[in-house]
Design a protein around this ligand. Structure first.
Ligand code: DHB
Ligand code: MG
Length: 227
């Protein structure tokens, strides 16, 4: 469709195959496909957008919840040569594929894949930050089990430095976010609504939701800045 061809056209000019990380990103998607991971990595322009946000903010430490095959983490790391990323994955098979991809991309020294459930791992990271043995995060990408969106968001805020950015994927829930009826039972919608409603009341942050179309069809993410 038009949406897919426009991502292909714009990325072919703004991120052509001559870029140093192009092969690593393509290899990552290929290995994810071969290993039958779900085809739900973020769209390529979003991967680059999040990487550019890190660059704009001068982020030195980023957090990701939901590594999947490592695609977004590889975007962030390869576009930001000094950035260190902690990425949390609950599925051991996904974490193993991600570690392979991260090693192949040459960024294993800066990307730490932590195997475990977000609600186990994030409080541990928060303790380390409070204990002074870990740096605060300047950017967080939340893209995991959707019913915990706000739980992860709340922990991310507590682990953020001032003016840190927190993005939550799939908030538009493929267009069902504001729909009545059967959408109310959908976990993605329920997790997204809770997140939007609680971020709206959260005095620690200021947020917005951007709807998107492209190679992954229609969706959108929430972006918030920590005050
Ligand atoms: C789904 C999850 C995602 O994180 C995503 O980007 C797209 C789809 C899903 O669970 O269907
Ligand atoms: Mg997602």
């Amino acid at each position: 469709t038009r949406w897919i061809s426009i991502d292909a056209y714009t990325m072919s000019h703004l991120h052509p195959s001559t870029r140093p990380n192009h092969a690593a990103l393509a290899h990552t998607l290929q290995l994810c496909d071969e290993q039958s991971l779900p085809n739900i990595a973020c769209p390529s322009p979003h991967g680059k957008f999040f990487a550019l946000q890190c660059r704009m903010l001068g982020v030195t430490h980023a957090l990701e919840v939901g590594t999947l095959g490592g695609y977004t983490a590889i975007w962030l790391a390869t576009e930001n040569p000094a950035l260190r990323i902690t990425t949390v994955e609950a599925n051991p098979r996904h974490a193993a594929v991600a570690r392979d991809n991260i090693r192949a991309a040459g960024v294993a020294d800066r990307v730490d894949v932590v195997l475990g459930a977000g609600l186990d791992v994030l409080p541990r990271l928060l303790d380390e930050i409070r204990g002074g043995t870990r740096e605060r995060f300047g950017f967080t990408f939340i893209d995991a089990d959707k019913l915990n969106n706000y739980n992860y968001f709340d922990l991310a805020v507590q682990m953020s430095g001032p003016r840190a950015c927190i993005c939550v994927d799939n908030i538009v829930s493929k267009g069902k976010l504001a729909m009545e009826g059967e959408a109310a039972g959908n976990e993605m919608v329920r997790g997204a609504r809770e997140c939007v409603e609680r971020v709206g009341k959260d005095e620690r942050v200021e947020g917005t939701v951007l709807q998107t179309v492209g190679e992954k069809d229609y969706d959108g993410f929430l972006m918030a800045v920590v005050k």
